[in-house]
Design a protein around this ligand. Structure first.
Ligand SMILES: [Mg+2]
Length: 234
């Protein structure tokens, strides 16, 4: 994939709990599972979900349903979960100000690219349904472990400087350790991963910390096209 971003700044944006409220989706899913399959069905799904995530390293919402077939083969409610997942209105979960923040960066010459970990079917579907796919004009990478795909990211989206925006401090630290001054890491304190990381010391610390993705709009790229120094933290 060739791009024109080689001389510019590329902003790598995570999806879940960074651009959209995936915790809200997860809560809605739990509610629907309980309604359709009862507490036993919801507990079974979540046990399989955790097992799959441990195996694969990313959230997979479809595979647990596949693995539940034997237990719920004759239950049409299991089949209706398919519609719930595929028709879910993810556009309603995009955080306020997320799209405007991308526009603000674009106005400063920064190219937004979505960099998301996930499965290869539902995660791209979610990104499309949310409208985020179109918002970045299809500049989307869905990986298994993004921190292990840094060379591929650089190849696909060459840039003079990167901004990495994510709700997982450990991931930001891993990329900062690998890329050093070539990346500005931005920790968005949204969602359960961010809350779970409160009080833990992660090194290297994120370059910027924001409480809402909307605050990314205030990131000043300055005349050089790279973020202003830490003295003017967002
Ligand atoms: Mg995330």
């Amino acid at each position: 994939m060739l791009t024109d971003a080689g001389a510019g700044v590329v902003c790598l944006l995570d999806v879940d709990n960074t651009l959209l409220d995936n915790d809200a989706f997860s809560a809605a899913l739990d509610g629907r599972l309980t309604q359709a399959l009862g507490d036993r069905g919801r507990a079974r799904y979540r046990a399989l979900y955790e097992a799959v995530r441990a195996e694969r390293g990313y959230a997979d919402y479809l595979e647990p349903l596949q693995r539940m077939r034997r237990d719920f083969e004759h239950d049409p409610d299991l089949l209706r979960m398919s519609t719930f997942l595929l028709d879910f209105p993810f556009d309603q979960l995009v955080y306020p100000g997320a799209l405007q923040a991308m526009k603000s960066l674009a106005g400063q010459g920064c190219t937004s690219v979505i960099l998301s970990d996930g499965d290869i079917v539902f995660q791209p579907h979610k990104i499309q349904r949310s409208g985020l796919w179109d918002a970045v004009q299809g500049r989307v990478l869905v990986t298994v472990h993004k921190e292990r795909m840094l060379d591929a990211v650089k190849e696909a989206w060459p840039a003079r400087h990167y901004i990495l925006v994510d709700d997982k401090p450990r991931l930001l630290a891993a990329v900062k350790a690998a890329w050093g001054g070539a990346v500005t890491t931005v920790f968005v304190r949204q969602g359960h991963y961010a809350r779970g990381a409160e009080g833990t010391l992660v090194q290297p610390a994120p370059d910027r910390v924001i409480d809402r993705i909307a605050e990314l709009a205030r990131l000043d790229l300055g005349e050089t096209g790279t973020p202003a120094p830490l003295a003017t933290r967002v």
